[in-house]
Design a protein around this ligand. Structure first.
Ligand code: SF4
Length: 314
């Protein structure tokens, strides 16, 4: 295959060889791989784009809570906050991106329709960052599509390199971390960045998500997931800004992807989507388990506090 790539280094080589942006390599790869025409490939991505926008629009209007009442209504609150920025420190683009990310994840928690891009738990970052920037730039729909193709190419490169988007395998760095990397690359291309700058933005984002635990309360993709998507929107935006300002990741993207897998291999099972560690076993997490009628947490997984240990002299 002419346009196939197994990592970001090969992706970049293809961009240079054919003098094309990442988005166009992604389109050509898809055409080649699935024997599709360009309009067919673009139409599929348009469906994805429209479904993302639909989830955002529903999410920013709804105050409905999720089944156990632990998330819901925050997207509306944040979105309304963008109408009067008052003394907020962030830019309007970033605050609106957080509202859109939460809107998507709240819809997911309500069993609404979302696009799992790259996964359901990390579904808010890419639409949040891209749609908010797109509105800010008053950009064309075509540019939005290109950004989505660029984001998808980064996800493909990570997977082809032997990476993962599974939290059960690699914790939240594999869901929210990869989502942030994909968003960083996509938004960088949307802003006119070169392929190098897009991949560098992805590296800056993923590098700073390494080791992120997956520890959802009660195993529900709600806490910390919904707000975590909002927070990591800022990682993607920051990485894109840094990259466009000429700040380079000292560790290249493919090595960052390998580092993620090294951490995944050494990650304790309790923080790999089992809800047996981290935030999931805090007293608040235990209350959610009880509310859901789940089996009590095995004793060996109980949270140890300073009082239980008392070995240190601090
Ligand atoms: S904490 Fe776990 S379930 Fe929640 S977004 Fe992260 S990886 Fe997904």
């Amino acid at each position: 295959m002419k346009y196939d790539f197994n990592n970001c280094t090969e992706l970049l080589k293809l961009c240079k060889k054919y003098n094309l942006p990442i988005s166009q390599i992604a389109v050509k790869r898809e055409m080649e791989l699935f024997n599709k025409t360009k309009p067919q490939v673009r139409d599929k991505m348009k469906q994805i784009r429209d479904a993302m926008w639909d989830a955002i629009q529903k999410g920013i209007k709804s105050t409905e809570k999720s089944k156990y009442g632990i998330t819901g209504g925050d997207a509306k609150k944040i979105y309304e906050g963008t109408k009067n920025m008052g003394n907020l420190l962030h830019s309007k683009v970033a605050v609106r991106a957080m509202a859109y990310a939460i809107a998507t994840n709240e819809q997911n928690a309500r069993m609404g329709r979302i696009v799992a891009f790259p996964t359901a738990g990390g579904a808010g970052i890419i639409p949040g960052v891209l749609f908010s920037t797109w509105e800010h730039m008053k950009s064309s729909k075509r540019r939005m599509l290109r950004a989505l193709f660029t984001a998808s190419a980064i996800g493909v490169a990570i997977l082809e390199k032997g990476g993962t988007i599974s939290a059960a395998r690699g914790g939240c760095q594999a869901e929210v971390g990869v989502g942030a990397a994909m968003a960083a690359a996509g938004v960088t291309e949307m802003r006119g960045g070169t392929p190098e700058q897009c991949i560098n933005a992805a590296a800056l984002a993923l590098k700073n998500c390494l080791g992120l635990a997956c520890d959802p309360l009660g195993g529900l993709v709600e806490v910390p997931c919904v707000k975590r998507n909002a927070i990591y929107v800022n990682v993607a935006i920051g990485a894109s800004d840094l990259s466009l300002l000429g700040i380079e990741s000292y560790v290249p993207m493919d090595e960052v992807a390998d580092a993620m897998m090294n951490i995944a291999d050494n990650m304790w099972q309790g923080i790999r989507e089992t809800a047996l560690g981290g935030l999931a076993i805090t007293p608040t997490g235990i209350k959610i388990r009880e509310k859901m009628g789940l089996k009590p947490l095995p004793k060996k997984f109980h949270l140890k506090t300073c009082k239980d240990c008392n070995k240190c002299r601090l």
